[in-house]
Design a protein around this ligand. Structure first.
Ligand SMILES: NC(=O)c1ccc[n+]([C@@H]2O[C@H](COP(=O)([O-])OP(=O)(O)OC[C@H]3O[C@@H](n4cnc5c(N)ncnc54)[C@H](O)[C@@H]3O)[C@@H](O)[C@H]2O)c1
Length: 343
Protein backbone atom coordinates (compact mmCIF):
# COMPACT_ATOMS: atom_id res chain seq x y z
CA UNK A 1 0.00 0.00 0.00
CA UNK A 2 1.53 3.31 -1.11
CA UNK A 3 0.71 6.15 1.28
CA UNK A 4 0.17 9.49 -0.41
CA UNK A 5 0.37 13.08 0.85
CA UNK A 6 -1.23 15.72 -1.38
CA UNK A 7 0.12 19.27 -1.27
CA UNK A 8 -2.33 21.86 -2.64
CA UNK A 9 -6.05 21.22 -2.33
CA UNK A 10 -7.37 23.06 -5.38
CA UNK A 11 -8.81 21.93 -8.71
CA UNK A 12 -6.16 19.26 -9.28
CA UNK A 13 -5.59 18.36 -5.62
CA UNK A 14 -9.28 17.50 -5.33
CA UNK A 15 -9.19 15.54 -8.61
CA UNK A 16 -6.17 13.53 -7.43
CA UNK A 17 -7.65 12.99 -3.94
CA UNK A 18 -10.77 11.39 -5.40
CA UNK A 19 -8.73 9.35 -7.88
CA UNK A 20 -6.32 7.86 -5.31
CA UNK A 21 -9.20 6.97 -3.02
CA UNK A 22 -10.71 4.80 -5.74
CA UNK A 23 -7.47 2.78 -6.21
CA UNK A 24 -6.82 -0.04 -3.76
CA UNK A 25 -3.01 0.02 -4.04
CA UNK A 26 -2.73 3.47 -2.45
CA UNK A 27 -4.29 5.59 0.21
CA UNK A 28 -4.24 9.33 0.88
CA UNK A 29 -2.99 9.75 4.45
CA UNK A 30 -2.16 13.47 4.55
CA UNK A 31 -3.07 16.80 2.96
CA UNK A 32 -1.35 20.17 3.08
CA UNK A 33 -2.76 23.55 2.12
CA UNK A 34 -2.37 27.00 3.61
CA UNK A 35 -6.11 27.65 3.41
CA UNK A 36 -7.74 26.55 6.73
CA UNK A 37 -11.16 26.17 5.03
CA UNK A 38 -9.77 23.51 2.71
CA UNK A 39 -8.30 21.62 5.68
CA UNK A 40 -11.68 21.87 7.46
CA UNK A 41 -13.22 20.03 4.49
CA UNK A 42 -14.92 23.06 2.93
CA UNK A 43 -14.01 22.58 -0.74
CA UNK A 44 -16.82 24.81 -2.03
CA UNK A 45 -14.43 27.45 -3.38
CA UNK A 46 -12.58 25.00 -5.66
CA UNK A 47 -13.22 25.76 -9.33
CA UNK A 48 -12.10 24.29 -12.66
CA UNK A 49 -13.00 23.76 -16.28
CA UNK A 50 -14.26 20.19 -15.79
CA UNK A 51 -17.69 19.82 -14.19
CA UNK A 52 -17.59 18.11 -10.79
CA UNK A 53 -20.84 17.26 -9.02
CA UNK A 54 -19.17 15.83 -5.91
CA UNK A 55 -19.96 17.23 -2.46
CA UNK A 56 -18.46 20.59 -1.54
CA UNK A 57 -18.06 19.52 2.12
CA UNK A 58 -15.61 16.63 2.50
CA UNK A 59 -15.04 14.42 5.54
CA UNK A 60 -11.30 14.54 6.24
CA UNK A 61 -11.35 12.72 9.56
CA UNK A 62 -8.55 10.17 9.76
CA UNK A 63 -6.24 12.29 7.58
CA UNK A 64 -3.25 14.20 8.82
CA UNK A 65 -3.69 17.87 7.91
CA UNK A 66 -0.73 20.20 7.52
CA UNK A 67 -0.46 23.86 6.67
CA UNK A 68 3.17 24.41 5.65
CA UNK A 69 4.02 21.65 3.13
CA UNK A 70 7.39 21.13 4.91
CA UNK A 71 5.49 19.54 7.83
CA UNK A 72 3.97 16.95 5.51
CA UNK A 73 7.39 16.17 4.00
CA UNK A 74 8.62 15.24 7.51
CA UNK A 75 5.78 12.73 8.03
CA UNK A 76 7.39 9.24 8.02
CA UNK A 77 4.09 7.60 7.02
CA UNK A 78 4.07 9.38 3.62
CA UNK A 79 5.81 7.47 0.78
CA UNK A 80 4.69 9.59 -2.13
CA UNK A 81 4.12 13.35 -2.23
CA UNK A 82 1.77 14.71 -4.87
CA UNK A 83 2.43 18.38 -5.66
CA UNK A 84 -0.75 20.01 -6.95
CA UNK A 85 0.35 23.53 -6.08
CA UNK A 86 0.37 26.48 -8.50
CA UNK A 87 3.13 26.10 -11.09
CA UNK A 88 5.46 28.76 -9.67
CA UNK A 89 5.78 26.60 -6.53
CA UNK A 90 6.46 23.26 -8.23
CA UNK A 91 10.26 23.35 -8.25
CA UNK A 92 10.65 24.61 -4.68
CA UNK A 93 8.30 22.07 -3.09
CA UNK A 94 9.08 19.11 -5.35
CA UNK A 95 12.79 19.50 -4.52
CA UNK A 96 12.07 19.82 -0.78
CA UNK A 97 9.96 16.64 -0.86
CA UNK A 98 12.64 14.74 -2.78
CA UNK A 99 15.31 15.95 -0.36
CA UNK A 100 13.11 14.70 2.50
CA UNK A 101 13.27 11.24 0.90
CA UNK A 102 9.83 11.11 -0.73
CA UNK A 103 8.90 10.00 -4.23
CA UNK A 104 7.15 12.86 -6.01
CA UNK A 105 4.34 13.26 -8.50
CA UNK A 106 4.21 16.87 -9.65
CA UNK A 107 1.49 18.38 -11.80
CA UNK A 108 2.36 19.66 -15.25
CA UNK A 109 3.92 22.00 -16.31
CA UNK A 110 7.06 20.80 -14.56
CA UNK A 111 8.17 24.37 -13.84
CA UNK A 112 8.38 27.80 -15.37
CA UNK A 113 11.96 27.62 -16.67
CA UNK A 114 14.31 24.95 -17.98
CA UNK A 115 16.68 25.77 -15.12
CA UNK A 116 13.94 24.80 -12.63
CA UNK A 117 13.39 21.53 -14.50
CA UNK A 118 17.11 20.76 -14.42
CA UNK A 119 17.25 21.37 -10.67
CA UNK A 120 14.27 19.06 -10.10
CA UNK A 121 15.85 16.30 -12.20
CA UNK A 122 19.15 16.69 -10.31
CA UNK A 123 17.33 16.62 -6.93
CA UNK A 124 15.56 13.34 -7.84
CA UNK A 125 18.83 11.80 -8.96
CA UNK A 126 20.70 12.93 -5.81
CA UNK A 127 17.92 11.66 -3.52
CA UNK A 128 17.52 8.41 -5.53
CA UNK A 129 13.78 8.95 -5.58
CA UNK A 130 11.29 8.83 -8.44
CA UNK A 131 9.94 12.03 -9.97
CA UNK A 132 6.83 11.85 -12.16
CA UNK A 133 5.31 14.79 -14.03
CA UNK A 134 1.58 14.47 -14.59
CA UNK A 135 1.25 14.92 -18.34
CA UNK A 136 -2.17 13.31 -18.34
CA UNK A 137 -2.92 13.50 -22.08
CA UNK A 138 -0.41 10.69 -22.66
CA UNK A 139 -2.85 8.59 -20.60
CA UNK A 140 -6.13 9.97 -21.99
CA UNK A 141 -8.14 7.18 -23.67
CA UNK A 142 -8.68 8.81 -27.09
CA UNK A 143 -5.09 10.04 -27.28
CA UNK A 144 -3.72 6.66 -26.17
CA UNK A 145 -5.70 4.93 -28.92
CA UNK A 146 -4.70 7.55 -31.51
CA UNK A 147 -1.04 6.86 -30.70
CA UNK A 148 -1.63 3.10 -31.07
CA UNK A 149 -3.36 3.65 -34.43
CA UNK A 150 -0.47 5.76 -35.73
CA UNK A 151 2.21 3.36 -34.38
CA UNK A 152 0.47 0.31 -35.87
CA UNK A 153 1.24 1.59 -39.38
CA UNK A 154 -2.08 0.12 -40.53
CA UNK A 155 -3.17 3.35 -42.22
CA UNK A 156 0.25 4.45 -43.43
CA UNK A 157 2.15 7.59 -42.49
CA UNK A 158 0.63 10.68 -40.90
CA UNK A 159 0.30 13.46 -43.47
CA UNK A 160 -1.16 16.17 -41.27
CA UNK A 161 -2.47 16.60 -37.75
CA UNK A 162 -4.43 19.35 -36.01
CA UNK A 163 -5.02 19.53 -32.25
CA UNK A 164 -7.06 22.03 -30.24
CA UNK A 165 -7.72 22.89 -26.60
CA UNK A 166 -10.02 25.82 -25.91
CA UNK A 167 -11.29 27.07 -22.59
CA UNK A 168 -13.29 29.77 -20.96
CA UNK A 169 -11.01 32.15 -19.06
CA UNK A 170 -9.85 30.47 -15.81
CA UNK A 171 -10.97 32.91 -13.13
CA UNK A 172 -11.26 30.29 -10.37
CA UNK A 173 -7.65 29.77 -9.23
CA UNK A 174 -6.31 30.60 -5.77
CA UNK A 175 -5.15 34.26 -5.70
CA UNK A 176 -5.92 34.37 -9.47
CA UNK A 177 -2.38 32.97 -10.06
CA UNK A 178 -3.37 31.42 -13.41
CA UNK A 179 -3.98 34.82 -14.99
CA UNK A 180 -0.57 36.12 -13.91
CA UNK A 181 1.94 35.04 -16.58
CA UNK A 182 4.85 35.31 -14.12
CA UNK A 183 3.23 32.62 -11.93
CA UNK A 184 1.49 30.35 -14.48
CA UNK A 185 3.57 30.83 -17.63
CA UNK A 186 0.38 31.79 -19.57
CA UNK A 187 -2.05 29.73 -21.65
CA UNK A 188 0.82 28.23 -23.67
CA UNK A 189 2.67 26.83 -20.66
CA UNK A 190 -0.42 25.98 -18.59
CA UNK A 191 -3.07 24.73 -21.04
CA UNK A 192 -1.69 24.29 -24.53
CA UNK A 193 1.33 22.36 -23.12
CA UNK A 194 -0.95 19.29 -23.05
CA UNK A 195 -0.98 19.24 -26.87
CA UNK A 196 2.65 20.28 -27.22
CA UNK A 197 3.67 17.37 -24.97
CA UNK A 198 1.48 14.93 -26.90
CA UNK A 199 2.93 16.14 -30.21
CA UNK A 200 6.45 15.53 -28.83
CA UNK A 201 5.31 12.08 -27.65
CA UNK A 202 3.90 11.00 -31.00
CA UNK A 203 6.05 12.82 -33.55
CA UNK A 204 9.23 13.62 -31.59
CA UNK A 205 10.40 17.14 -30.77
CA UNK A 206 9.88 19.47 -33.73
CA UNK A 207 12.92 21.18 -35.18
CA UNK A 208 11.31 24.61 -34.76
CA UNK A 209 8.00 26.33 -34.15
CA UNK A 210 6.18 29.18 -35.83
CA UNK A 211 3.50 30.65 -33.58
CA UNK A 212 1.15 33.59 -33.51
CA UNK A 213 -1.23 34.59 -30.79
CA UNK A 214 -2.95 37.09 -28.54
CA UNK A 215 -1.00 38.62 -25.65
CA UNK A 216 -2.48 40.15 -22.51
CA UNK A 217 -6.16 39.99 -23.50
CA UNK A 218 -7.35 38.30 -20.31
CA UNK A 219 -4.14 37.72 -18.32
CA UNK A 220 -1.41 39.91 -16.90
CA UNK A 221 1.22 39.86 -19.69
CA UNK A 222 0.65 36.31 -20.89
CA UNK A 223 -0.07 34.66 -24.22
CA UNK A 224 -3.78 33.94 -23.94
CA UNK A 225 -4.30 32.34 -27.35
CA UNK A 226 -1.81 30.62 -29.65
CA UNK A 227 -1.71 28.80 -32.96
CA UNK A 228 1.53 26.91 -33.63
CA UNK A 229 2.93 25.20 -36.66
CA UNK A 230 5.37 22.54 -35.40
CA UNK A 231 8.06 22.23 -38.05
CA UNK A 232 9.14 18.72 -39.07
CA UNK A 233 11.20 19.14 -42.25
CA UNK A 234 10.39 15.56 -43.34
CA UNK A 235 6.72 15.89 -42.32
CA UNK A 236 4.08 15.54 -41.04
CA UNK A 237 2.38 18.94 -41.07
CA UNK A 238 1.33 19.54 -37.45
CA UNK A 239 -0.69 22.46 -36.06
CA UNK A 240 -2.18 23.08 -32.60
CA UNK A 241 -4.40 25.81 -31.21
CA UNK A 242 -4.70 26.66 -27.53
CA UNK A 243 -6.74 29.42 -25.96
CA UNK A 244 -8.20 30.39 -22.62
CA UNK A 245 -9.60 33.69 -23.86
CA UNK A 246 -13.12 32.39 -24.50
CA UNK A 247 -16.33 33.69 -22.93
CA UNK A 248 -17.74 31.77 -19.91
CA UNK A 249 -20.62 30.27 -21.90
CA UNK A 250 -18.22 28.42 -24.18
CA UNK A 251 -16.94 26.08 -21.48
CA UNK A 252 -14.13 23.78 -22.58
CA UNK A 253 -13.26 21.52 -25.46
CA UNK A 254 -10.33 19.59 -26.84
CA UNK A 255 -9.84 17.36 -29.84
CA UNK A 256 -7.89 16.43 -32.94
CA UNK A 257 -8.13 15.58 -36.62
CA UNK A 258 -5.30 13.44 -37.99
CA UNK A 259 -4.98 12.48 -41.64
CA UNK A 260 -2.93 9.41 -42.48
CA UNK A 261 -2.29 7.99 -45.96
CA UNK A 262 -5.26 5.63 -45.70
CA UNK A 263 -7.56 7.11 -43.06
CA UNK A 264 -8.62 10.21 -41.15
CA UNK A 265 -9.03 9.98 -37.37
CA UNK A 266 -11.11 12.55 -35.49
CA UNK A 267 -12.24 13.35 -31.97
CA UNK A 268 -13.88 16.40 -30.41
CA UNK A 269 -15.00 16.00 -26.83
CA UNK A 270 -17.59 18.75 -27.28
CA UNK A 271 -19.50 17.09 -30.11
CA UNK A 272 -20.10 13.98 -28.02
CA UNK A 273 -18.96 11.94 -31.02
CA UNK A 274 -16.41 9.32 -29.95
CA UNK A 275 -12.97 8.83 -31.50
CA UNK A 276 -13.70 7.75 -35.07
CA UNK A 277 -11.51 6.31 -37.82
CA UNK A 278 -12.69 7.04 -41.36
CA UNK A 279 -10.72 4.71 -43.67
CA UNK A 280 -10.33 5.66 -47.32
CA UNK A 281 -12.18 2.46 -48.14
CA UNK A 282 -15.00 0.95 -46.08
CA UNK A 283 -17.12 2.14 -43.18
CA UNK A 284 -16.10 4.44 -40.34
CA UNK A 285 -14.97 2.66 -37.16
CA UNK A 286 -15.28 3.71 -33.50
CA UNK A 287 -12.49 1.84 -31.64
CA UNK A 288 -13.12 0.62 -28.10
CA UNK A 289 -11.48 2.96 -25.58
CA UNK A 290 -9.87 2.06 -22.23
CA UNK A 291 -12.44 2.61 -19.44
CA UNK A 292 -10.24 4.64 -17.07
CA UNK A 293 -9.99 8.35 -17.76
CA UNK A 294 -6.57 9.97 -18.12
CA UNK A 295 -6.23 11.03 -14.48
CA UNK A 296 -7.10 7.56 -13.17
CA UNK A 297 -4.85 5.77 -15.64
CA UNK A 298 -1.95 8.20 -15.00
CA UNK A 299 -2.07 8.05 -11.20
CA UNK A 300 -2.48 4.25 -11.16
CA UNK A 301 0.59 4.01 -13.41
CA UNK A 302 2.70 6.30 -11.18
CA UNK A 303 1.60 4.46 -7.99
CA UNK A 304 2.46 1.12 -9.63
CA UNK A 305 5.87 2.51 -10.64
CA UNK A 306 6.57 3.53 -7.02
CA UNK A 307 5.42 0.11 -5.78
CA UNK A 308 7.79 -1.57 -8.24
CA UNK A 309 10.66 0.85 -7.52
CA UNK A 310 11.03 2.12 -11.07
CA UNK A 311 10.54 5.25 -13.14
CA UNK A 312 7.83 5.74 -15.76
CA UNK A 313 8.31 4.50 -19.31
CA UNK A 314 5.37 6.66 -20.47
CA UNK A 315 6.52 10.09 -19.31
CA UNK A 316 9.98 10.89 -17.96
CA UNK A 317 11.08 14.12 -16.28
CA UNK A 318 13.13 14.81 -19.43
CA UNK A 319 9.94 14.51 -21.53
CA UNK A 320 8.31 17.10 -19.28
CA UNK A 321 11.34 19.36 -19.66
CA UNK A 322 11.13 18.96 -23.45
CA UNK A 323 7.45 19.94 -23.44
CA UNK A 324 8.32 23.12 -21.57
CA UNK A 325 11.25 23.81 -23.93
CA UNK A 326 8.93 23.71 -26.95
CA UNK A 327 6.31 25.86 -25.18
CA UNK A 328 8.92 28.48 -24.32
CA UNK A 329 10.00 28.48 -27.99
CA UNK A 330 6.33 28.99 -28.96
CA UNK A 331 6.09 31.93 -26.57
CA UNK A 332 9.23 33.49 -28.10
CA UNK A 333 7.81 32.95 -31.57
CA UNK A 334 4.53 34.72 -30.65
CA UNK A 335 6.41 37.64 -29.11
CA UNK A 336 9.03 38.07 -31.89
CA UNK A 337 7.03 36.98 -34.94
CA UNK A 338 9.93 34.67 -35.88
CA UNK A 339 10.39 30.96 -36.40
CA UNK A 340 12.16 29.68 -33.24
CA UNK A 341 14.29 26.54 -33.02
CA UNK A 342 13.44 24.26 -30.12
CA UNK A 343 17.01 23.33 -29.14
N1 LIG B 1 -3.39 17.92 -15.59
C1 LIG B 1 -4.42 18.74 -15.72
O1 LIG B 1 -5.35 18.47 -16.46
C2 LIG B 1 -4.44 20.00 -14.92
C3 LIG B 1 -5.62 20.75 -14.82
C4 LIG B 1 -5.62 21.89 -14.03
C5 LIG B 1 -4.47 22.29 -13.36
N2 LIG B 1 -3.33 21.56 -13.51
C6 LIG B 1 -2.08 21.98 -12.83
O2 LIG B 1 -2.22 21.70 -11.43
C7 LIG B 1 -1.53 22.68 -10.65
C8 LIG B 1 -2.51 23.27 -9.64
O3 LIG B 1 -3.54 23.96 -10.34
P1 LIG B 1 -5.00 24.12 -9.71
O4 LIG B 1 -5.89 24.53 -10.85
O5 LIG B 1 -5.36 22.94 -8.90
O6 LIG B 1 -4.76 25.39 -8.74
P2 LIG B 1 -5.76 25.98 -7.62
O7 LIG B 1 -5.52 27.44 -7.59
O8 LIG B 1 -7.15 25.47 -7.86
O9 LIG B 1 -5.25 25.29 -6.27
C9 LIG B 1 -4.00 25.58 -5.68
C10 LIG B 1 -4.06 25.23 -4.20
O10 LIG B 1 -2.76 25.37 -3.63
C11 LIG B 1 -2.87 26.06 -2.37
N3 LIG B 1 -1.58 26.70 -2.14
C12 LIG B 1 -0.99 27.65 -2.91
N4 LIG B 1 0.25 27.93 -2.46
C13 LIG B 1 0.44 27.15 -1.35
C14 LIG B 1 1.53 26.98 -0.44
N5 LIG B 1 2.67 27.65 -0.58
N6 LIG B 1 1.37 26.11 0.59
C15 LIG B 1 0.21 25.43 0.75
N7 LIG B 1 -0.85 25.54 -0.10
C16 LIG B 1 -0.73 26.38 -1.13
C17 LIG B 1 -4.04 26.99 -2.54
O11 LIG B 1 -4.61 27.35 -1.31
C18 LIG B 1 -4.99 26.13 -3.40
O12 LIG B 1 -5.81 25.33 -2.57
C19 LIG B 1 -0.98 23.70 -11.66
O13 LIG B 1 0.36 23.43 -11.93
C20 LIG B 1 -1.82 23.48 -12.91
O14 LIG B 1 -1.13 23.80 -14.10
C21 LIG B 1 -3.30 20.43 -14.25
Amino acid sequence: MIKVGIVGVGFMGKMHFNTYNAYKRCKVVALADHDPRKLAGDWSTIGGNIADKRAAQVDLSGLKLYSPPAELFKDPEVDLVDITLPTFSHAKYAMAALEAGKHVICEKPMGLSLAECDRMIAAARAARRQLFIAHCIRFWPDYKVLKQIIASGRYGKVLSATFWRKSLTPTWSWDNWLLDAKRSGSAIVDLHIHDTDYINYVFGMPQAVSSSGVVGAVSKGGVDAVVTHYIYPQGPHVVAEGTWALAPGFGFTHGFCVTLEKATVEMDCRSGKPLTVHPLKGKSITPKLPKDDGYVSELKHFVDCVAKGRGSDVVTPQDARNALAVCLAEERSVKTGRVVRTR
